[in-house]
Write a protein that binds this ligand. Sequence first.
Ligand code: CU
Length: 459
Amino acid sequence: MITRRDFLKNGGGLVGAAVLSRTAVANVPEAPVQTSPRTQPPQEPSAGRPYNAVVTLNGWTLPWRMKAGWKEFHLVAEPVVRELAPGMKAHLWGYNGQSPGPTIECVEGDRVRIFVTNKLPEATSIHWHGIILPNGMDGVSGLTQPHIPAGKTFVYEFVMGKSGTFMYHPHADEMVQMAMGMMGSIVVHPRNPRFMPVDRDFVLLLSAFMVEPGAYTPKVAEMLDFNLWAINSRVFPGVDSLPVRLGDRVRVRMGNLSMTNHPLHIHGHHMEVTITDGGWVPRTARWPETTVDVGVGQVRAIEFVADNPGDWPLHCHKSHHTMNAMGHNLPTMIGVDHRGIAQKIMKLVPDYMVMGERGMGDMSEMEMPLPDNTLPMMTGKGPFGPIEMGGMFTVIKIREGLARNDYNDPGWYKHPAGTVAYEWTGAAPAAQRAVPEPRTEQGTAREYRARKPSGHAGH
Ligand SMILES: [Cu+2]
């Protein structure tokens, strides 16, 4: 006969459902709900092993209870209304009142029991992405467990064997449920709180939605053409900033459950990847970066020392991912002379606006009529004017003298005198061309004209 102790020893710390007494699951813990889109302060552990709590941007950590040595959580999969940014709400599916669901925080070696109640109109399951666990706890409906039918509660029990950053998401009707916003982050803290410590530890989950202008529900069959690129189901200027005290060592954990990769770029600092969803990166294997590609289904945690005060962007470097709802079929109008044409069109279409002949930056200031519940393409006002950004964009605000646990927005950076780019008001010399313009034998400028293919047909 194998005792429970032998099982734990032989299983390398894994606990299977078979050895657990059903009577342990006498009652289901409460399922707290959060509906505010504001960043909630770090939730220090009230029981169990100590750790340095994380801050989920525009999100929160799921409270738990201890029961006979088990950390018990209760996730409720349900339809939610999420404000993506002021001016736009989306009808999503999520957990405990929000998309993404709350962050699950625990400690290496913790035995966790996670109750999952399904309040969706269809079956679901939860896969614990990156966690090493017994096969039957992996959450792949049909393969490792029956689906969780609508209205039912299932229980997952396993040991969080390894510290790091992981994710959770359904493995049932995955395309639909993830396009609707069902996902969340898992942070497993090291058993020793002094292992790789940081002063501020942020959690960001990257996702994308296709919501037609004026609509509320994402288009779930969309494969490529998303129009809202989100950090924790918020888009700039709805994404909170990251307040950081000058000199802090900062970690930003970024998971990607969208359909494409996101090269996340940081200004004013060099950073290193210290954790992937496979675990810690040894110090000797790290190299300095300013942009880290977070691939689909990957987690990258970056760290840097915030030694440069100011307001520093942290954003996806795909320029279309720092835009909000827009038509991607806009013609390029740069250099096109509209004079004369606009007046003629306006006789037929009184609202017609000439757009983009000098670039599109002006569009962030235009008061264009938009359908209800639709965000402008690029917004956000800074101290010097429009920021012309949207989507996966936020600002790390590094300030001297912030209190250790102060996560309030410190406002805009006040630049010391003489440290801001300024206008040159003297005479500007003519540009000197290093290479003379090419000339033909006849001495006239040569110009090639090629007929470019139009449209994407025939690729
Ligand atoms: Cu991106």
